[in-house]
Design a protein around this ligand. Sequence first.
Ligand code: MCA
Ligand code: AMP
Length: 479
Amino acid sequence: MSKALLAALASAGEDRPDALTVAGRPCSREELLGAAGAVAARIAGAPVVAVRAEATLETVVAVVGGLLAGVPVVPLPPDSGPAERDHILRDSGATLLLTGVGGAGGDAGPGAGGQDSRGGGRGGPGVTVMPVDAAERADWAKPEPDEAATAFILYTSGTTGAPKGALISRRAVAAGLDGLADAWAWTPDDTLAHGLPLFHVHGLVLGVLGALRVGSRLVHTGRPRPEAYAAAGGTLYFGVPTVWHRVAGDPAAARALRGARLLVSGSAPLPTPVFRELAELTGHQVVERYGMTETLITVATRADGERRPGHVGVPLPGVRTRIVAEPGAEIGELEVTGPTLFDGYLNRPEATAASYAADGWFRTGDIAAIGPDGTHRIVGRASTDMIKSGGYRIGAGEVENALLDHPAVREAAVVGAPHEDLGQEIVAYVVADGVGEAELIDFVAGHLSAHKRPRKVRFLEALPRNAMGKPQKRLLPPA
Ligand code: MCA
Ligand code: AMP
């Protein structure tokens, strides 16, 4: 059995005044524990707690406070529009919303902080907004909850409908982080640097809890900009491929990473040209790892393993993988099992059941191949309705539904088109009268969140359909 999820926070290594720095604000581990203890004391006993997850110190305090108190944490994207925010709060049953100090005041608007904030601080009916003060202190002496307890409810898009809440246990988080520490020889001597959003597995679970559990320093740059990475002084850097593409496009920033120990990419495929350019500029071959919200990270290139572009490495300790393919084929759907798997989707028994094979392995929906040496290669996704843009997972159906909520839109079909920087960009094809591209883009950004907005809108007389009347996305004109 592994040690408790936060056990290392109080004990790992020597403390220092800048054990973590978030968007320019330093904090020691002792200060973090004190501030999080104050949060824990205020929320203890709540069934779940939502956290408006701006890239701020308050978000880290709020999340650690929730974990100390054993209250499942629901990170809310800070720029969530009403449709997304109301769905997440209602579906999760959150009655408390923790925000930065500036986000206080019932139906208050945006709060202080690094990341975009256009209303995620509003609670809505039945939700009390509770400001978090990183300067507050309280001792929290209660033992950590059982490792089977839910740590997070992470909302993630499917191909259709609204996002589903993935139930992530404390055990899964601990197992996943210990596996990555092993794979990357990640120790208290490291400084982890990144600027990823704090409402997804990559930035929050790996990028914050990873550092807290291992005992390494953390520098969160607020935003994942190349010049901020260059200035962060990390030994270990995390980024999505879009971030690495931008770093490669800024040679001075890239060269500043030469002194690092390990550069890690994940959340989407890292293009081979970016891998090569970074190797040239930084002297590092980027390590890729693969995972999902539902499974956490399951496969990773080890620090001492072979680094090949397009390859994501080998299963973490305790994880098993298999390819379900047609007879004779080497490429097929990747299925995984092991200690990092989620406990199902909240309130969605049917979706939960559908995500598992008959023998309990999780069906990732990713198409992959496993080489003779056990190295995994992700080839694509089974469904084109699951889009990855800038490392964000976006369901085509959710964006289509948002567009159909606009009174001028009669039909909508959304696809992910190849994009050099974002991997895929969201393109919306609509049948509509009296509305322009910019208005529809803003409409989706305002209803859902900015990263779910289409980057292009194409207007059609009618969507291509088959004899049954079903839209045929393959027959849409090029973006
Ligand atoms: C532009 N903006 C708008 C609009 N147009 N806002 C509202 N309405 C509009 N019409 C603003 C945005 O608010 C933002 O403002 C700015 O324009 C840029 O927008 P954004 O789309 O965010 O920027 P980008 O440059 O396209 O973003 C690239 C990015 C981002 C920074 C790389 O995509 C990102 O952070 N990706 C990380 C995703 C991630 O962490 N995924 C992990 C999932 P402003 O700049 O002022 O805010 S976990 C996972 O996948 C698994 C487990 C795994 O394997 O890791
Ligand atoms: P999310 O649920 O946002 O965590 O997204 C999970 C999805 O991201 C996976 O199902 C994959 O499609 C994709 N993904 C994550 N890491 C990689 C990677 N290294 N290479 C290719 N795809 C990846």
